[in-house]
Write a protein that binds this ligand. Sequence first.
Ligand SMILES: Cc1cc2nc3c(=O)[nH]c(=O)nc-3n(C[C@H](O)[C@H](O)[C@H](O)COP(=O)(O)OP(=O)(O)OC[C@H]3O[C@@H](n4cnc5c(N)ncnc54)[C@H](O)[C@@H]3O)c2cc1C
Length: 284
Amino acid sequence: MHISSINVYDAKNIHDVLNLLDKEPGRWSILAGGTDIMVQLDLGTWQAPNLINIWGISDLSGIRINKNEIEIGALSTFSEIINHPIIKKEFPMLIEAAMLTGSIAIQNRGTIGGNIMNASPAADTPPALLAYGAEIELTSKNEVRRLFYKDFHINYKLMRINQDEILTKIILPRTSNKTIDFYQKVGTRAAHSISKACIAVRLTMDKKTITDIKIGLGAVAPMPIRVYMTEDLLKGNKLSMDLIDQAILQIASEIHPIDDIRSNKAYRLRVAINLLRNFLKGLL
Ligand SMILES: Cc1cc2nc3c(=O)[nH]c(=O)nc-3n(C[C@H](O)[C@H](O)[C@H](O)COP(=O)(O)OP(=O)(O)OC[C@H]3O[C@@H](n4cnc5c(N)ncnc54)[C@H](O)[C@@H]3O)c2cc1C
């Protein structure tokens, strides 16, 4: 579809967006920062003729700090996230992911909501959100509902969102526990390139026993994933070389990378294994 055949409606506020989605579900798509949509328009792969422009709707941006959680408006840009002192302190993997997303121009325009909703398996913030146990808020004219982000992606570009809903918030649970975070993206270059593989891990340890662990991965399956069986294998156990070897075997059977223009299945598998192994070995 060519840009000249696109119909863009500039929404004035969130009610305007929700009314339109309610009245004509499936007819409208959301235009946020436009960094993904513009590329798809340019390539001729964008199919939706009607866009609701939400850029500038203040209800959808902003970062709110509550006692037990942090709410990030879906329209918050990577730059806004990078510059937030509390996110920097408590959720460093999200900062790292945002800093590795594209160039500064992309960080100033691209939004966290767009990163989730574009649903690229190789997007940079989803692994961090998965490792943090994030929730998301979906809003329609008649309902506001919350969902654990781990349950949102069903398959490639397939998500648990209805045609009359918009992603409004990302919610990060705060913790007072001492946690260890590890985020690494492997691309052609560290920055300005799309991931060949990406891992985010948050864990807690008591002496050498892993008391809790969440592992988020990007570019190793049709969607961003957690590796629950690997997490279960590690959880409650004392870290040892033997346990690490078992975890490596487990993660290798749990991920399903593909061959594409950026990399191949064997390389992605090897990288994901090495990233986890090296991180865990560093904790011995
Ligand atoms: C040069 C370049 C480099 C890039 N590098 C990276 C990179 O390193 N890592 C990375 O992860 N990404 C990268 N991207 C991709 C892109 O910048 C991000 O995915 C960005 O977060 C998209 O946000 P946006 O606001 O621009 O989304 P848009 O382009 O506006 O929208 C993307 C999709 O999300 C939907 N959408 C947006 N917001 C909402 C909402 N609130 N509710 C429902 N649906 C919504 C839109 O309908 C559309 O389908 C790059 C893009 C470019 C052009």
